[in-house]
Write a protein that binds this ligand. Structure first.
Ligand code: BGC
Length: 498
């Protein structure tokens, strides 16, 4: 097996032009991020729309409008949460399937299938008449996201020349944030239209169609072709995407990688049993666990609901959401530009600190001003919370957001990189599921204390980065063990020292 993510620096000397083909293929594939982001951004707004609640969750609608209802419990409903989180459950299985299928059949067919699944899910949701159709649609969307998230970042890494691989890779996260932003704007537009939720959910067809049509124009990656014995085709694609006739050097490099990794018959077994793989496995998987426990998806899924909980009107909540999502997209650009200069650890620690401070402030404000029953006691609180959420989101967007995906792609040795990356994707899906499924119940039970919980998590993850994560900036991936893990005060014990 050729692993998907190859060394960012490895082969930096390999000749390559920055061709139109490479940019086109990477941008088209990154539309997978647009699908993912659209879904993240659309669900929260839809669940706060009255017409949607009346049709599918009438009891939640009634509860929401009962004046004396506990402020924190208005939206607490397992089925409503299942609507959001069912997608992630499906996504976990789909990404496992994708990690196997993309090795066997190539990356391109999996990206195509991702868009087809997503398109079917969007259509089913648009026509949904009952809860079953709605959840069925979510499951199809989840299959699309699982296929896409497992394959797209790996595809970009394989197609891109080494020296721009990092930047092209972060485009995936950037398009996630654009998707979230677009979705919140769509929700804002459709919230006043009759049955507007249908258009919001059906709108998912747009990124899916772009990806589906676009995927006919992308090339299969040379690594995948060579891995499956199609050497001549691999060379032909290499010539095209590198804009050069002489590609022997890179071809041989890929061939060598194929031979090494083909010796490992069971990458998952190798990943879980070999002690040298423990440090990247722990760090890569925990990074995604922590990414979700920053509490980001509480904001992404439930911001409109949160603003309504604080007494804002429907429109005001949706506008607030557009604002926070705009901040998310803009702040991501800072990471794209700066992360190779200031390093991963700097951003991860800074982001965790910024998020801790804002979570504590939000918790304290709600504790003081949003009591169990009755309106919020200060009219300025929703605005202050909005500002705090923007600061919080920007902290996430230039740190744990992109780096939660980038770091796991650069810390594994070649032969287990694909399997290791799957663990990060799966951890992302499991934790997103947990947050999606339980946040509203947790808000009902723990109220503002929930924000203090996330603050504590942010402190823990900041400390984890300081003490356990080596700085990976500028280190060739294949030298990661020598230069970083073997020299680390804790992780070095997992290596036989020579
Ligand atoms: C995370 C998502 C999150 C998004 C927000 C991604 O990196 O995986 O869970 O909603 O960033 O921008």
């Amino acid at each position: 097996m050729v692993t998907g993510v190859m060394n960012i620096e490895e082969g930096a000397s390999l000749p390559a032009k920055n061709t139109f083909q490479v940019f086109m293929c990477s941008i088209i594939a990154a539309v997978g991020g647009l699908m993912f982001g659209y879904d993240i951004g659309i669900s929260g707004g839809v669940t706060s729309m009255d017409t949607f609640l009346i049709k599918f969750f009438h009891h939640v609608y009634e509860k929401k409008h009962r004046v004396h209802e506990n402020n924190y419990c208005k939206f607490d409903d397992q089925l409503l949460q299942l609507f959001i989180s069912s997608l992630y459950l499906a996504g976990i299985f789909a990404s496992l399937a994708a990690s196997y299928l993309s090795r066997r059949f190539g990356r391109k067919p999996i990206i195509m299938s991702a868009s087809a699944f997503f398109l079917c899910g969007a259509i089913l949701n648009f026509f949904a008449q009952e809860l079953g159709m709605l959840i069925g649609g979510r499951i199809l969307l989840g299959c699309g996201i699982g296929f896409g998230n497992q394959t797209v970042p790996l595809f970009i890494s394989e197609i891109a020349p080494a020296r721009i691989r990092g930047g092209l890779n972060l485009m995936f996260q950037f398009l996630i944030t654009i998707g979230i932003l677009a979705a919140s704007y769509v929700n804002f537009l459709t919230s006043t239209v009759k049955d507007g939720w249908r258009y919001s959910l059906g709108g998912a067809a747009v990124p899916a169609l772009i990806l589906l049509i676009g995927s006919f124009f992308i090339h299969e990656t040379p690594a995948s072709l060579i891995e499956r014995g199609k050497d001549e085709e691999g060379k032909r694609v290499l010539r095209k995407i590198r804009g050069l006739e002489d590609i022997e050097l890179e071809f041989n490099e890929i061939k060598r990688a194929t031979e090494i990794s083909n010796k490992v018959k069971s990458p998952f077994k190798e990943l879980f049993t070999k002690s040298e793989n423990r440090p990247p496995l722990v760090c890569g998987t925990l990074l995604q666990f922590f990414q979700q426990f920053t509490g980001i998806n509480v904001v992404m899924f439930y911001a409109p609901v949160l603003f309504q909980t604080m007494g804002s009107g429907n429109n005001a909540s949706l506008i607030s959401t557009v604002v926070t999502n705009g901040v998310n997209a803009v702040a991501t650009i800072i990471a794209v530009v700066m992360v190779d200069r200031l390093g991963r650890k700097f951003f991860l620690v800074e982001g965790a600190t910024q998020m801790t401070a804002t979570q504590i402030s939000i918790g304290a404000l709600l504790l003081k001003h949003l009591h169990l029953i009755g309106p919020i006691t200060s009219r300025s609180v929703p605005l202050i919370v909005l500002i705090l959420i923007c600061i919080y989101v920007s902290g996430f967007a230039w740190s744990w957001g992109p780096l939660g995906w980038l770091v796991p792609s650069e810390i594994y040795p070649l032969e287990v990189r694909n399997a290791g990356y799957f663990c990060a994707v799966a951890m992302n899906m499991v934790c997103t599921f947990v947050i999606g499924q339980f946040f509203l119940s947790a808000l009902c039970r723990f109220r503002s204390a929930l924000f203090f919980f996330f603050a504590v998590m942010n402190v823990i993850m900041g400390l984890f980065v300081i003490f356990f994560l080596p700085e990976t900036k500028g280190v060739p991936i294949e030298d990661m063990a020598e230069q970083r893990w073997k020299k680390h005060w804790h992780w070095r014990k997992y290596f036989k020292q020579n």
